[in-house]
Structures are given as structure tokens and as C-alpha cells.
Design a protein around this ligand. Structure first.
Ligand SMILES: C[S@@+](CC[C@H](N)C(=O)[O-])C[C@H]1O[C@@H](n2cnc3c(N)ncnc32)[C@H](O)[C@@H]1O
Length: 236
């Protein structure tokens, strides 16, 4: 079977599968006013490392959504074992199963890049309250690539698009976000400590094909470290 990169993350059960991991998440959210009344959606929650932290740390109302049922099972196990009341659903962020104006905050930690941006961002805007905020940590194309390089990357990650920073800004503005702050995130600048390392929840079957996918991911990251970058978008 030919696995995708996201299958691989799900079967290894990687928690904190975004640039900067939980350490960066904490840093971004430490600047925000979050309390027990805050309603927050972790869109593309993966195995739920961030959602669990947010519920434990702030006592806020957390919803967790992912379209991969293996991820959601693992997130659910994490929340149950910690006794955390987190509403957890299998669903698509391109068509999120929530009413309008439900959330104060939506987080997308390396998720929108894997979806059709033009479908996802307006839907995130729809489920946000009037003054709600979106925090997104996403991949950007830093400089033009040959067609061959570009297809290698988008085919491997199954990215429906690979946006420059400017293209991301246009997509956020088109969906009605008026204020967008952008910060460049440079992997490796801050050393990740043990407390914030990615965690793993392995599925029973892990075959060699999955290790090959992880290797190819590392190779792409290394080979394209000047071409692929990451941004933190704070949108309201
Ligand atoms: C790189 S992982 C990041 C997971 C998590 N945010 C984290 O930081 O650990 C991307 C996640 O987005 C989920 N995802 C991709 N497309 C999605 C969609 N259309 N709707 C919901 N989740 C999606 C994947 O299943 C995966 O869990």
C-alpha cells in the first residue's frame, strides 16, 4: 500500500505535528486573553496534544476536529485518559460541523495547507464569532520553483496549493479577515525541550513503507529549506 504523509503521521500518532510544536503553540497563545468562557476549535487536531493542553491550562471550552479517524481515535484516547471534557469529532474543516459564530478562537496548526484554502478559510470565518481570531501556522513558498520541484512537493504532501505569503494574505482578506499579522517561524532557532517534544501513539501495524515516507519528508525539508518556510498568521 502506498501511504500518504498524513497517513504516516496518523499511524505513528505524532502529537505536536506542526512547526515549533507545543512550545510555539504556548508562545502564541500566551499573548491572548483566554479564560473559562473562551470557546476554541483546534481544527485538524491530530492526536490532540494542543487541545489537551488548552483545556487543562485554561479550562476553556475546547472542540477538536480532524478528518482522519485514526487521529480522532487517538485524540479521544488521550482526552479520556486525562479525563478532559473535549468535544471531539471526525469531520472536514472545509465543511465544519458547527453553527455560525460558535468560536472565539480557531487554531490551525499546519492544517489549512493540506486543504483547499479557498473552501476552508471562509468556513473558518463563518464559525468564528464577530471578534473571533484565527491562528494559523502554515507552509509558505519562499521563492519560485521549477515545475518539477513544485510537483514533487505538492504530490508528496498532497497539497491542493502551495502559497506564497502574499497569496495567503489575499486568501485571508478575501474571506473577510481585516487584520492579519504575520510572523516568520524559523525551525531550529529555538531548541525544543523535553517537556515540549512531539509524542507518539503508535498503531499496531507499522510497516517499512511508513519509514520511507518519513525519510522522504526529511529529505524534502532538507533539500528545500530555502524554498519552503513557515508563517504564523494571526487573523481577525
Ligand atoms: C500536519 S498534521 C497536524 C496535526 C495537529 N494540528 C498537530 O499539530 O499535531 C495535519 C492534520 O490535519 C488533518 N487534516 C487534513 N485535512 C483536513 C481536513 N480537510 N479537515 C480536517 N482535518 C484535516 C490531518 O488529518 C492531520 O491530523
Amino acid at each position: 500500500m502506498k501511504y500518504t504523509y498524513l497517513d504516516c503521521l496518523a499511524l505513528f500518532g505524532v502529537g505536536g505535528a506542526h512547526p515549533g510544536g507545543l512550545q510555539l503553540t504556548k508562545k502564541i497563545l500566551a499573548e491572548e486573553k483566554i479564560n473559562k468562557e473562551t470557546t476554541l476549535l483546534d481544527a485538524g487536531c491530530g492526536t490532540g496534544q494542543t487541545a489537551a493542553y488548552l483545556q487543562q491550562h485554561y479550562g476553556c471550552s475546547v472542540s477538536a476536529l480532524d478528518n482522519n479517524s485514526t487521529m480522532v481515535d487517538k485524540a479521544h484516547q488521550r482526552f479520556s485518559s486525562l479525563g478532559l471534557p473535549i468535544d471531539t469529532k471526525v469531520g472536514d474543516i472545509e465543511n465544519p460541523p458547527y453553527p455560525d459564530k460558535q468560536f472565539d478562537i480557531v487554531l490551525s496548526e499546519s492544517v489549512i495547507s493540506f486543504t483547499r484554502v479557498s473552501a476552508t478559510i471562509p468556513e473558518i470565518k463563518r464559525v468564528l464569532k464577530q471578534n473571533g481570531r484565527l491562528f494559523a501556522i502554515e507552509t509558505v513558498l519562499e521563492q519560485p520553483l521549477s515545475e518539477e520541484e513544485r510537483s514533487h512537493i505538492v504530490d508528496f504532501y498532497r497539497f491542493p496549493q502551495l502559497f506564497t505569503e502574499e497569496e495567503w494574505l489575499t486568501a485571508f482578506r478575501d474571506a473577510g479577515f481585516q487584520r492579519i499579522d504575520v510572523t516568520k517561524y524559523q525551525p531550529g532557532l529555538v531548541k525544543v525541550d523535553e517537556q515540549h517534544a512531539a509524542d507518539y501513539s503508535l498503531s499496531e501495524t507499522i510497516d517499512d513503507g511508513l519509514l520511507e515516507i518519513l525519510e522522504e519528508h526529511e529529505e524534502i525539508m532538507q533539500q528545500h529549506k530555502e524554498n519552503l518556510g513557515f508563517r504564523i498568521f494571526r487573523c481577525s
